[in-house]
Design a protein around this ligand. Structure first.
Ligand code: TYM
Length: 339
């Protein structure tokens, strides 16, 4: 079992990152550790330069993201925790795979279409080739499990397509080079939505702080944001199908379910018939309880720059070593001479 996943150090990580991905980094870290596998979690800092950014902010966010991940339970003793910028093999493998990835595949990526909008000509090349770097990230370590939220599913399908085409074009049939990675997506929290609009996903780039719960919000802020979350005026239904046309209600029930390990139907069996005046404080409490220890640990870690940099340096050394055999084999399969 090889677990690999990444998170961009852009802005503060939020509840969507936590429930959609980070919770499963920790779950799969424990599984991999128990069964002799390996877990690799990295900060996708090379991806972060595909959009306009402030260099000083990227540096600060990178360290804060390490502190957040550790505070959430990613354990550098069990997981190889690092940033892409210290492992050149990611960028190298991206170039090697660029000969295999097709323009048409990248043109179909919904994230590219959404982010570029009508101004494709004005976008960085990095934003367009972003998914090839993401494919390199996982293929470099022969990932089997990739814990992500729903929004990354298409990028992982592309990684599989690239792997498959490379294997077919350059490897003997009985000795494929790349393992096809499987996305690992949580059932209730695959797509946590904005608290202000149940039709758009919770995101670091939303200008409104009220649209998301940051993992470092304190209990008062959490309660305030939950109480102000957009909802309709109806009480909660007692059956899940009653949520079908109620995006905001469905989102809050989904968050409650993910936090308590229940299914949305179980949450409705307990809270069906309740108005939001009662449900929101219950949700705010569960949220504050879950995030309080993360917040406390984050505050302890965040200013120890030396310790955070040491975690990344150690992780990067292990990542370089682990990625080397696949990188070498890729050069070789392509017929490139390297002395
Ligand atoms: P990023 O930094 O946008 O998000 C990190 C992780 O959080 C998940 N996520 C969500 N899940 C549920 N609901 C939401 N509202 C929500 N918002 C974000 C994302 O699905 C992701 O798992 N391209 C990636 C980073 C990356 C990567 C990789 C991931 C680079 N290389 C290789 C996996 C494997 C990204 O920008 O994630």
């Amino acid at each position: 079992m090889r677990v690999v996943s990444g998170i961009q150090p852009t802005g503060k990580p939020h509840l969507g990152n936590y429930l959609g991905a980070i919770v499963n980094y920790v779950k799969l870290q424990e599984e991999a550790h128990a069964n002799g596998g390996q877990c690799f979690i990295f900060l996708a800092d090379l991806h972060a330069i595909s959009m306009p950014h402030d260099p000083a902010e990227l540096t600060r966010n990178t360290r804060e993201m390490v502190a957040t991940l550790v505070a959430c339970g990613v354990d550098p003793a069990k997981t190889v925790l690092f940033n892409q910028a210290q492992v050149p093999a990611h960028a190298e493998l991206q170039w090697l795979l660029s000969g295999t990835a097709r323009m048409g595949w990248l043109n179909r990526m919904t994230q590219w279409k959404d982010k570029a909008g009508k101004n494709r000509e004005g976008q960085s090349i990095a934003l367009f080739t972003y998914p090839v770097l993401q494919a390199a990230d996982v293929l470099l370590y022969q990932a089997t499990h990739v814990p992500v939220g729903e929004d990354q599913k298409q990028h992982l399908e592309l990684a599989r397509d690239i792997a498959q085409k490379f294997n077919t074009d350059f490897c003997p049939e009985d000795a494929p080079l790349f393992t096809l990675p499987e996305p690992y997506i949580p059932p209730a929290a695959a797509r946590i939505m904005s608290l202000r609009d149940g039709t758009s996903k919770m995101s670091k780039s939303d200008p409104s702080e009220m649209s998301r719960i940051s993992l470092t919000d304190d209990a008062d802020t959490i309660m305030k944001k939950v109480k102000k979350a957009k909802t309709d005026a109806e009480p909660l239904p007692s059956e899940e199908k009653g949520l079908e046309d109620r995006a905001e209600a469905r989102n809050l029930v989904g968050i409650y379910a993910a936090l308590t390990g229940k299914t949305p139907q179980e949450v409705l069996s307990d809270h069906g018939g309740q108005g939001f005046g009662a449900f929101k404080p219950a949700l705010g409490e569960v949220l504050a309880e879950t995030l309080a220890p993360i917040n406390a640990r984050f505050l302890e870690l965040k200013d120890d720059q030396e310790a955070l940099d040491a975690i990344l340096a150690r992780g990067a050394a292990r990542a370089r070593e682990n990625g080397l055999p696949t990188l070498d084999a890729t050069y070789k399969a392509l017929g490139l001479v390297r002395g």
